[in-house]
Every structure is written in structure tokens, then in C-alpha cells.
Design a protein around this ligand. Structure first.
Ligand code: ADP
Length: 445
């Protein structure tokens, strides 16, 4: 697909999407997050807990010992390097492990410990003496299912009697067989077939049902229907758990159909702000001039690490080439890359192996690289109608209040049109974007 180069009415990477592409986008983003994440995200927000039975005491734990886990599991948790429960785990774990089992809908951003929590719950409820499926976990894609499977394997490392099988397309089983593994993790279509069509699984023996990434899941109508059909085959006393990173109305409506009588746990994501950011713009007439201005900025101030956003893959590729020629160590994140390649690029950048990351928006959505002090909008973010994309602007350069260091954002303007976009962004956030004269850069820093 050839894409026009100029800013304005053109479609950027990934826009004008079909439902399937949209889902793939969300799933890829989620996978990317998992691949590049190696610890918990910081959060200062309070967990909101809505109990099904408001009279029952609300338990929260500050240590894993308090949960009275099987020793093999406690050992697994510590071997993963976890010292204490994360914010949502403090409340979610006692709830998920309670007797009699309780249902739960939990929402918190990626990286807050949801997966680790439900994996621990599944492993705790399994009876390894029984050779049949007891826990069922559905994920939106094959790759996401594999990631969760890895966590089960890690956490269950000292509990080898518990076995896991992947219910994913391509995993073909012999007709008439019965699955002996206690945990099945897969995608909705295959899992449904395994329960209903092939009867590899007796759904009446399932004790825990987990639906992960509900927000990604509902992007596909088929997945919603399949998930609901799986849920209907399960016994009434089966524990139902649903997780989502975001919580729009549509997710909520779906969640209520999957999880009857739920407890609800929510953790608001840390708000991003522009308060700690110095914002500038540079006036240019062409992309070559923008590149020259960029070189001047690099010549004038010390930039430890910068992220540069372009509107199209072509501009990003071009700019990365020009910067390399100038002697910069440049990393390029491009739409053609598969998720694993993107994760590798981001990791190298995070490790400081490259000092500049050039990218289009799609690739970098949702990534926070904390040490980046300078963000450059080589092209301003616009939506598919050519209007300012304020949300993306905030997301590129904003910081989460309390943890954010001070940052610098530089916007490159190259036409009347983009000046207009800049003005509208400025008005939207009611924060001044100062003009920067790149021939006289004393004022910066
Ligand atoms: P989510 O499912 O919400 O995206 P994860 O369960 O994948 O979150 O956790 C995010 C990262 O934090 C993972 O690398 C995981 O190993 C780690 N993690 C999870 N729980 C803890 C904990 N209690 N202590 C330390 N690290 C944790």
C-alpha cells in the first residue's frame, strides 16, 4: 500500500481499519507491552473495590505468606522475584483464593500484575491428582495465550505435577481423546470446539474460568459469541474471572454476561499531564528544513535520548537514514516489523544502545521509555480527517505526574496547515507552546 508523504488528509499507518485489523492492532499492542515489560508499573492511585456482598469483610494482604499458598507455589512466586503483592494483587488475590470461590471482574492497565494474579489462582485451585482439565483460560490470540502459558510454567516450576495444554489452532488432537492436563489455555474458537464439538474437555469439571484481555477480545464479534458459549457450558459453581486493561461501556456489558455476581476491582491509570513538560515549536518550510532544524538542536543541546515521531513509514525511514548519515546511532521502529522485532528494537533503545528512536505513531503507542528526556514531533499527530489528535499528543509527550521527570517536547511545523494544528493543540491543553529559534538556541534547557 503506497501512502502519500505529506501531512494532512492522508491516512497514517494503521488508520481506516477493518474490525479484524483493529483487533490485530490491539492484540499486537498488548503483546508488545508484555514482551517489553519486565516489572510492575508504578502507580499511586487507589484501588477501588466493589464487593458482591458488602457485609463480608474486605481482605487485603501485604505479603504472599498471608495467602497460605501451597509451598511449591510460594517458592515459584519468590523464584520469579516477586517480594510482595502488587497493588491490585493485594485485594484481588484474597478474593480469588477465598472459599467458597468468588467471581471477579478486574480492570487495571497493563503491567499491574493481573496475569500473575490469575495464574496463581488457577495453580492454587488445581488438584494435580485429577487428570482432567480444571482451569480454562481464554486469550484473544495465539501469541497472547503463549505468553500467559509461559507465566504458568514459570510460576508452576516447583509444581511439576500440574500440566498445561494450549488450545490453539494448529494443535490438533486425535478424535475421541480426553485431555489429561489440568490447565487449558487457548483462544475462544479452539477452546469452544474442544469443549463442544470434539469433547476433549468436559466443561462440567471446570473449576476456574479466566477470560483475559476482555477489551481486546470484544473487538471481534466472533470471540465475544464464542466466549459466551463457552461460559454457558460451565457449571454454576465454576469461578469466573475476567480481566481488562481498559473499561469502556462495551467491555462492561460483555463482562456482566461472562461473570455473574461479580466482585469488581478497578485501578485507575495514572493521569498523564503536560505540566512538567517544556513545549516548543520550530517553524520550517519543508521536511529538509525540519531535518536541518533538528541537526541544529542536536548541535546546541545535549540530548541523552530522544524519540522522534513521524506521520508515515516513509518519512520515518528517510529521517532515520539522514540521521545515521549525520553520525547518530538511530533505531527505527517500522510498521513492517513483526511484534517481536519491535520489542527487540525498543529493548535495545531502553538499554541505551541507540540514542534516537524514530517511529511512526502506531508502533510506539503505549510504550513508555522513562529515560527519554526529549520528544520530537517531526510531524504533528493528526487523525484520519486531518484534525489534531490531542490524545496522541498527550500520550507522546505527557508524563505521569508524580513519577515524571521534567521533559522537553519540540514540535516541527512546516506549513500553514500544521501551524493551525499546533494552535489547536495549544488551545486544547491551554498550555503555551513557545516558538524556538533554531539559529539561537540559548533559551532552551
Ligand atoms: P498485567 O497482566 O496486568 O499486564 P503482569 O502480571 O504481566 O501484569 O505483571 C507485569 C510485570 O510485573 C511482569 O513482568 C510480572 O512478572 C511482574 N510482576 C507481577 N506481579 C509482581 C509482583 N507482585 N512483584 C513483582 N513483580 C511482579
Amino acid at each position: 500500500k503506497a501512502k502519500p508523504e505529506e501531512n494532512g488528509t492522508v491516512k497514517a499507518d494503521g488508520e481506516a481499519k477493518t474490525e479484524e485489523e483493529d483487533k490485530e492492532d490491539k492484540a499486537a499492542q498488548s503483546l508488545l507491552n508484555k514482551l517489553i515489560r519486565n516489572n510492575l508499573v508504578n502507580t499511586n492511585n487507589q484501588v477501588e473495590v466493589l464487593q458482591r456482598d458488602p457485609n463480608s469483610p474486605l481482605y487485603s494482604v501485604k505479603s504472599f505468606e498471608e495467602l497460605r499458598l501451597k509451598p511449591q507455589l510460594l517458592q515459584g512466586v519468590y523464584a520469579m522475584g516477586f517480594n510482595r503483592p502488587s497493588k491490585i494483587q493485594e485485594n484481588a488475590l484474597p478474593m480469588m483464593l477465598a472459599e467458597p470461590p468468588q467471581n471477579l471482574i478486574a480492570q487495571s492497565q497493563s503491567g499491574t500484575g493481573k496475569t500473575a494474579a490469575f495464574v496463581l489462582a488457577m495453580l492454587s485451585r488445581v488438584d494435580p491428582a485429577n487428570s482432567w482439565p480444571q482451569c480454562l483460560c481464554v486469550s484473544p490470540t495465539y501469541e497472547l495465550a503463549l505468553q500467559t502459558g509461559k507465566v504458568i510454567e514459570q510460576m508452576g516450576k516447583f509444581y511439576p505435577e500440574v500440566k498445561l495444554i494450549y488450545g490453539i489452532r494448529g494443535n490438533k488432537l486425535e478424535r475421541g481423546m480426553k485431555i489429561q492436563e489440568q490447565i487449558v489455555i487457548g483462544t475462544p474458537g479452539t477452546v469452544l470446539d474442544w469443549c463442544l464439538k470434539f469433547k476433549f474437555i468436559d466443561p462440567k469439571k471446570i473449576k476456574v474460568f479466566v477470560l483475559d484481555e476482555a477489551d481486546v477480545m470484544i473487538a471481534t464479534q466472533g470471540h465475544q459469541d464464542q466466549s459466551i458459549r463457552i461460559q454457558r457450558t460451565l457449571p454454576k459453581n465454576c469461578q469466573m474471572l475476567l480481566f481488562s486493561a481498559t473499561f469502556e461501556e462495551s467491555v462492561w456489558n460483555f463482562a456482566k454476561r461472562i461473570v455473574p455476581e461479580p466482585n469488581i476491582i478497578k485501578l485507575k491509570r495514572e493521569e498523564e499531564t503536560l505540566d512538567t513538560i517544556k513545549q516548543y515549536y520550530v517553524n520550517c518550510n519543508s521536511k529538509e528544513e525540519k531535518f536541518q532544524a533538528l541537526c541544529n538542536i542536536y548541535g546546541a543541546i545535549t540530548i541523552a535520548q530522544a524519540m522522534i515521531f513521524c506521520h508515515t513509514r516513509r518519512t520515518a525511514g528517510w529521517l532515520a537514514g539522514e540521521l545515521s548519515r549525520e553520525g547518530h546511532q538511530v533505531a527505527l521502529l517500522s510498521g513492517e516489523m513483526v511484534v517481536e522485532q519491535r520489542a527487540a528494537v525498543i529493548e535495545r533503545f531502553r538499554d541505551g544502545k541507540e540514542k534516537v528512536l524514530v517511529t511512526t505513531n502506531v508502533c510506539a503507542r503505549g510504550i513508555d521509555v522513562e529515560q527519554v528526556s526529549v520528544v520530537i514531533n517531526f510531524d504533528l499527530p493528526v487523525d484520519k480527517d486531518g484534525n489534531p489528535d490531542n490524545e496522541t499528543y498527550l500520550h507522546r509527550i505527557g508524563r505521569t505526574g508524580r513519577f515524571g521527570k521534567r521533559g522537553l517536547a519540540i514540535n516541527m511545523v512546516d506549513s500553514k496547515g500544521s501551524m493551525n494544528i499546533l494552535n489547536r493543540i495549544q488551545e486544547h491543553f491551554k498550555k503555551k507552546i513557545e516558538k524556538l529559534d533554531t539559529d539561537d538556541l540559548d533559551e532552551i534547557e
